[in-house]
Ligand binder design. Structure first.
Ligand SMILES: C[S@@+](CC[C@H](N)C(=O)[O-])C[C@H]1O[C@@H](n2cnc3c(N)ncnc32)[C@H](O)[C@@H]1O
Length: 204
């Protein structure tokens, strides 16, 4: 097995995460806006475009402007014109886009953190802030976390899912409900990962 970024790991993430995640997120897709955290091989972007999502409907963000710059270099001129790009915390970019009237129909928050922390920039704090700004009130979303990196060995799959759902509920403040669609674990090289797909929307 190669180290992080190696071909084997990329292919595993493609088959066990990006492709199945977007199959689920786009099941109910009606042509609206979607969000990803991009990477230098644009593999997730290509899953979206090959599923019929238009570049102008794609919102991309990473807290590292260097990641966005590297990703931008992979884009053709029409893609560069269409695809929205921000170097910021996801929650900050989402708050700005929400104020501009954007409502996401689907999003994959691939934040590469665990569920334990609840501080600025951590997965749960980010999810709460993203939900609070109103941009995912009726969205199908997936959240990917690294599992097994928490200090407590007592956290299991369903605890992680419950913690993520609770963070979303905190941000939604009763405007919308959170339902788990499905979840899956996979190995990304040395790191055990968990992704969870949620449907937000409607009232109980
Ligand atoms: C696992 S990578 C994304 C990979 C990509 N989605 C793919 O398909 O391979 C995670 C990225 O999330 C970024 N990141 C982590 N937490 C973030 C946050 N709160 N806001 C914005 N970017 C964040 C990191 O800088 C990193 O580039």
């Amino acid at each position: 097995m190669r180290r992080n970024g190696g071909k084997y790991e990329c292919e595993q993430k493609q088959q066990e995460a990006r492709i199945p995640i977007w199959k689920i997120l786009l099941e109910t897709y009606r042509g609206g806006d979607v969000l990803i955290l991009p990477e230098k091989n644009r593999k997730e972007l290509d899953v979206l475009l090959s599923s019929g999502v238009q570049p102008r409907s794609v919102y991309t963000v990473d807290k590292s402007p260097a990641v966005i710059a590297t990703f931008t270099r992979t884009l053709s001129a029409p893609e560069r014109d269409g695809i929205h790009r921000r170097g910021a915390l996801v929650s900050v970019a989402c708050t700005t886009w929400a104020k501009e009237g954007v409502q996401l129909e689907a999003a994959h928050f691939d934040l590469c953190g665990n569920v334990q922390g609840y501080r600025d920039g951590s997965v749960r704090q980010e999810l709460e802030n993203i939900a609070r700004c109103g941009i995912i009130d009726n969205a199908r979303i997936a959240v990917t976390v690294e599992k097994g990196r928490e200090k407590s060995k007592l956290i299991e799959r369903f605890d992680r899912i419950a913690l993520l759902a609770a963070a979303l509920n905190n941000g939604l403040r009763g405007r919308s409900t959170v339902k788990v669609i499905t979840s899956r674990t996979y190995q990304n090289g040395p790191s055990p990962m968990l992704w969870v797909a949620f449907q937000l929307g409607g009232k109980l």
